[in-house]
Design a protein. Structure first.
Length: 420
């Protein structure tokens, strides 16, 4: 009889998980970003990078994208891909302007939401009830929305005073809020161009100067979405439809109902973004004014990893670069070259720390190229200025692709009764 002991199998090594960012780390990253921006502003002389007007403009440009992204998040968390966000925004712009110039801006906002929700309902019928491919349905809605609004404009706006077949009459503005005293003080502080202090003043000043009431409503919808989807039983059921609808149905969840609710809400939020464009951003409906913002909102949602906070950050990034293009143009975008170069230096050092020498070398090489581009030129081509927001969005999506996790059943066909 053997006296040897049998060795116990060793426990399988645990996979190293991705560390979750805590609030101290988030605040540290924000502080480092502010310092980096201030450094770029001082070196480049592009004082408009963090001015009150720049931040205020960025916020206004980010809202329609954030509403489209939030709409995409609702739909995809329930398992329905919503490429039709652009068309739903188009419906929001038209219906918002149509009601807004006749009965006031807030009525226009409500009708714009209903117009987008109508597009969402159509998408839900096609994808959920008839199980048509989600991408095909979304593209079809985008095409139909453009044609439908053009047709409506021909016999509504074209016959209205101050309107035409391609634009609506002027819409009364929604009230803006400026905090007296504080706004002026922050603007004076920002105009001194002190390192870091003026940058913080410019950012805070942009948040309390000429702030539309609809901007506040839109901003509140982001934490409201997080609370509804992640802190309520309703949200748990809705998200279960996007993760495993068969299991959700076996537990008594009416999957069709939750998918319908999610997609209609998705369309309503995109419609709100469209109404914001027509009523707040321009004060008028113009054909083609969405400019692909529905697609950018979808990109912001993906960048944010299907989470409200990350989506808002992506929308803010696009709004910021878009505002830079409008305010100062070539000078501001030229300063971004220096910012990108510094970020690549930081990325190269981080990869060296992780002993990923090839990635570090590539980052260092691109950093050197951006430094040379910045110091050997005084401005960037106008074509690059126009494309800067879109290039920024693509770069951010490419760099963040490795950490993304979409809902498991997102876009997959589902038939009622599959779990039985």
């Amino acid at each position: 009889m053997s006296t040897g002991t049998v060795a116990k199998p060793s426990a399988a090594p645990k996979k190293a998980g991705r560390r979750k960012l805590t609030w101290p780390w988030i605040l540290l990253i924000v502080a480092a970003g502010l310092v980096l921006f201030s450094l770029v502003r001082v070196v480049s002389g592009a004082d408009d990078l963090t001015s009150v007007g720049q931040i205020s403009g960025a916020l206004q440009l980010a809202v329609p994208i954030a509403m489209a992204g939030l709409g995409g998040l609702w739909a995809e968390r329930a398992g329905v891909v919503n490429i039709g966000l652009e068309g739903m925004m188009v419906l929001g712009t038209w219906f918002g302007a149509w009601a807004g110039y006749q009965w006031g801006p807030w009525t226009g906002v409500v009708v714009g939401i209903l117009g987008g929700a109508l597009g969402g309902l159509l998408h839900a019928i096609i994808t959920v009830t008839f199980n048509v491919n989600h991408i095909v349905s979304g593209v079809a809605i985008n095409i139909l929305a453009v044609g439908f609004t053009q047709y409506l404009s021909n016999f509504t706006f074209d016959k209205a005073e101050g309107g035409s077949s391609k634009q609506s009459p002027r819409i009364d503005p929604i009230t803006d809020i400026t905090i007296p005293g504080l706004s002026d003080w922050l603007m004076d502080l920002q105009q001194k161009h002190w390192f870091l202090i003026s940058d913080i003043a410019g950012i805070l000043g942009g948040l309390v100067t000429n702030l539309s009431l609809l901007t506040i409503v839109a901003a509140l919808l982001i934490p409201a979405t997080w609370w509804i989807l992640w802190r309520t039983a309703f949200g748990l059921r809705l998200r279960s439809c996007g993760e495993n609808p068969v299991a959700a149905e076996s537990l008594g969840v009416n999957v069709y109902k939750y998918k319908y609710i999610a997609v209609v809400v998705s369309g309503g939020l995109a419609g709100l973004g469209g109404a914001f464009l027509a009523i707040v951003s321009t004060g008028i409906y113009q054909e083609g004014q969405t400019g692909g913002r529905g697609y950018i909102g979808l990109a912001a949602m993906i960048f944010g990893n299907w989470m409200p906070g990350g989506m808002a950050l992506g929308a803010g990034l696009f709004g910021f670069t878009d505002s830079l293009k409008l305010r100062g143009g070539a000078e501001n975008v030229h300063a971004l070259l220096l910012l990108v170069a510094l970020l690549l230096v930081i990325a190269a050092l981080w990869q060296l720390y992780r002993k990923k020498y090839v990635v570090a070398a590539v980052s260092g090489g691109f950093s050197a190229a951006f430094f040379l581009w910045y110091f050997l030129t005084d401005e960037v081509p106008s074509q690059f200025v126009d494309a800067a927001p879109y290039i920024t969005t693509l770069l951010v999506l490419a760099l963040s692709a490795q950490r993304l996790r979409m809902p498991k059943a997102d876009g997959l066909p589902y038939r009622k009764g599959e779990g039985k």
